[in-house]
Design a protein around this ligand. Structure first.
Ligand code: PAF
Length: 288
């Protein structure tokens, strides 16, 4: 069934009136359009978390830094609506910039705190302020019961979970595990920019993460050393960061869930990837 398109908050409220009146749970998938398989996977997960699926298509200007590709970001609402509708989205919310950022309110933003300044935040210092600000606004428009975000953007997922808790949104923030190609490369729209040779080189990222995870029985330092060893031997990979954290992006600790995150440039394409696993209580024992 084709998705219904709401361009304004009033149209969205009208489209959702019946569902809200009958207490149907809304599952929400926020996107910036340019819909690809990754988004359709988020929709699949959304189906498990709601009776009705709303997806937003909004290219959010505030999460782009100077020199990033806001103006050139692909926009094709007709195609996006078709793909989202085909995947089972009921309503596509596609507001304009003035609706989301009413003139005179641009300086009212959500501060992600120090966690917004690490990892991705080092090279994109204003990015997560823009993301959290727009997500807070979209949650206010849609009022979903659940919202689905990909684990590929793990820092975004953690920050959105904190936002949902801090602002008492009542939204369950659901993470969708990373989908990988058969050879391990995390699926990303940016993979299309890789030449065949670069794509082969890019496999070193997931290999480093898995090699790091395989060293977890020897503790946190062994994990990062093993992953770094793999990356150090790779030609054509410009490492931005490799970091081991706990599941909330804090210091990793034995006996707890950990995340190993990597960002690197392969040719002119910047790629990110991450992997979750448990660290053992005592290095020397084998966790799951
Ligand atoms: O992950 C994205 O596509 C964007 O950061 C989001 C969550 C839609 C906010 O603009």
């Amino acid at each position: 069934m084709p998705a219904r398109v709401a361009y304004t908050p009033d149209e969205l409220d009208t489209a959702l009136a019946d569902a809200r009146a009958h207490g149907r749970r809304i599952a929400f998938v926020p996107t910036m359009g340019a819909i690809h398989d990754g988004h359709l996977g988020l929709v699949e997960t959304a189906r498990e978390h709601g009776d009705l699926i709303v997806a937003s298509v909004f290219v959010n200007p505030t999460q782009f830094g100077p020199g990033e590709d806001y103006e050139r970001y692909p926009r094709d609402l007709g195609r996006d609506v078709e793909l989202l509708g085909g995947a089972g989205v009921d309503i596509v919310f596609a507001p304009d910039v003035e609706t989301v950022y009413p003139p005179g309110t641009e300086d009212v933003t959500v501060d992600p705190g120090p966690l917004g300044q690490v990892l991705e935040g080092v090279s994109r210092p204003t990015h997560f302020r823009g993301v959290l600000t727009v997500v807070a606004k979209l949650f206010a428009f849609v009022r979903p019961g659940a919202a689905v975000f990909g684990e590929k953007d793990y820092q975004q997922l953690v920050l959105v979970r904190r936002l949902a808790r801090a602002l008492h949104t009542g939204v369950d923030v659901v993470g969708r595990p990373i989908v990988r190609d058969g050879d391990g490369l995390a699926k990303s729209s940016r993979n299309a920019f890789l030449s065949d040779a670069e794509r082969a080189t890019a496999l070193v990222l997931s290999r480093a993460l898995h090699t790091g995870a395989a060293a977890r029985s020897r503790g946190a330092e062994a994990v990062t050393a093993a992953a770094r060893g793999v990356l150090a031997g790779a030609d054509g990979v410009h490492l931005d960061y490799l970091a081991l954290t706990d599941a909330e992006l804090g210091e990793p600790a034995g006996g707890r869930a950990a995340r190993l995150l990597v960002a690197a440039r392969v040719g002119s394409t910047r790629l990110i990837d991450n992997l979750g696993f448990d660290l053992p209580d005592d290095p020397g024992t084998t966790p799951r």
